[in-house]
Design a protein. Structure first.
Length: 278
């Protein structure tokens, strides 16, 4: 008879545990999850919608796992071995899915920090490098971010890579961005005349803000380690508002500079050829 009462008491305690878990679930669903849903609905990015779904599923798994442990404990079943097995399984899953978990955590940071939003024109580059991939953000997912590069190709970046990269966002502000172009002139050219002609060529290029154009001298010696041969290294600077067509505008600027310099009888520097006798 005492065993029967003990079993009944255990089942009553189990029912209380289930009821308590149900109340906790209602509170989390009606207060926390609903608040997160409202917050996610107020943004244009669907990444936070998927993150809320992920949090809801993960929370349910934790709740069911904890409730199972409580019920087993109430009925006198030892859970030490069960916890040890679950811990080993969790470590194994964590090691196997290390990259995936890293991408998901990085995706969460992308939501909170928002260095790149859908529709933004960005430049992605690794630390220590002065070049990177250009493109428009198409989608930000929990694991990967899709960017359409200037060739129209969709590139999938793991979020972990983005989290460890330098992201230059050209869409955060409406301020015009500066662009630089370089060219080299012969040493016997008239610098003032050449600078005036090149500056005028930049100003006459469409979609360039004319008042921002300027020419500066970068170097007077043979830049053998650079991109060009010997000569006076010049740099043209200007600003544009149309960042998405930066490459096209830059190409037009360079063509105009070459055309105007040629029309004025000013020659660009030719690469110096070295001949060594063996």
């Amino acid at each position: 008879m005492s065993d029967w009462w003990n079993n009944l008491a255990s089942w009553e305690q189990s029912c209380v545990a289930v009821a308590a878990a149900f109340l906790i679930h209602l509170f989390v669903r009606l207060v926390l999850i609903r608040g997160l849903n409202r917050l996610a609905a107020s943004t244009d990015n669907d990444l936070d919608d998927r993150l809320v779904y992920f949090i809801r599923r993960f929370y349910l798994l934790i709740l069911i796992f904890a409730l199972t442990l409580v019920v087993l404990k109430i009925h006198g079943i030892k859970i030490t071995a069960f916890l040890a097995s679950a811990g080993i399984m969790g470590i194994a899953i964590g090691l196997a899915a290390k990259e995936t978990l890293s991408d998901i955590l990085a995706g969460i940071f992308l939501i909170t920090d928002q260095p790149a939003r859908i529709g933004d024109r960005v430049k992605i580059e690794s630390p220590g490098r002065h070049w990177g991939g250009w493109g428009d953000v198409v989608d930000v997912g929990l694991r990967r971010t899709r960017i359409r590069n200037t060739d129209g190709v969709i590139v999938n970046y793991p979020n972990n890579v983005l989290a460890n990269s330098i992201i230059t966002n050209f869409s955060y502000e409406d301020e015009p961005v500066r662009v630089r172009v370089r060219f080299q002139l012969n040493y016997n050219c008239h610098l003032d005349q050449a600078s005036e002609v090149a500056c005028r060529a930049i100003q006459n290029t469409g979609r360039v803000l004319p008042e921002t154009a300027e020419i500066v001298v970068r170097s007077l010696w043979d830049d053998t380690g650079g991109h060009m041969g010997s000569g006076i290294l010049m740099e043209g600077r200007y600003r544009i508002a149309d960042v998405r067509n930066r490459t096209k505008i830059r190409s037009e600027v360079l063509k105009n500079i070459c055309k105007e310099l040629k029309a004025a009888g000013i020659s660009l520097a030719s690469p110096r050829v070295r001949i060594e006798q063996v």
